[in-house]
Design a protein around this ligand. Sequence first.
Ligand SMILES: Cc1cc2c(cc1C)N(C[C@H](O)[C@H](O)[C@H](O)COP(=O)(O)O)c1[nH]c(=O)[nH]c(=O)c1N2
Length: 248
Amino acid sequence: MTEQAAAIQGDDALTEADRQGLYRVLLSRRDVRGQFMPDPVPDDVLARILTAAHYAPSVGFMQPWNFILVRSPEVRGRVKAAFQQANDEAAAMFDGERQAVYRSLKLEGIMDAPLNICVTCDRDRVGPVVLGRTHIPTMDLYSTVCAVENLWLAARAEGLGLGWVSIISEPALKEILGLPERVVPVAYLCLGKVSHFYAKPELAAKGWRRRLDLTDLVCLDGWDGPKDGALARELARAQDAAEDGTLI
Ligand SMILES: Cc1cc2c(cc1C)N(C[C@H](O)[C@H](O)[C@H](O)COP(=O)(O)O)c1[nH]c(=O)[nH]c(=O)c1N2
């Protein structure tokens, strides 16, 4: 095989164990807010997780991300205060019992997790013209979210919990972390060892919202398009299997 053919073909021979492992990670990944342990994240593990994030796809191979590791209790305290202010504002958007449920939810682990990571998007990393971004300028932000998902899945594969905190004013976060104007704080993440993972999303377990039926979200050839009946039955079967842990 020529070098070029080898580069194109790569090693695509995933084993059955690889396939099952990947689905296991995907389905057991959780947003973690409250089960963090104080143990520091070892550097070798952190390096693997950040490498997984860095190998995410990105528009025009732009790689617009940076990873700010927030260990300082002082900086984390400022982020926590920004969360608390935003969270009070968010709670006020709900009425009555819904507000009481909202206030009972734990929605961050900023001080509990041993490490926080802010994943940012440098909107000007390669100048104004980016292959693939010309007509949809937000593609660099979407690319950064791909890196966040890689990071999240790699953390789960390493047995670490991760929680995304978005209840923070963006200007406040930029100011605390000293981000330049052109840099967007896409995700503020809390990472660490956890005592346990929930089997289901916490928001579902606590009655906030249930997972939608996938069959209602898949249609053919346009927004109002019809459903493929045979596929719909498979989708329902696969989702039931995912729910009862028998998908793989
Ligand atoms: C962009 C974005 C932003 C947030 C979240 C996620 C994402 C993708 N989630 C986590 C979210 O609530 C969670 O993913 C869903 O409830 C589904 O649960 P699992 O992630 O499957 O455990 C989240 N959770 C939380 O407690 N506080 C938050 O501020 C946020 N913000």
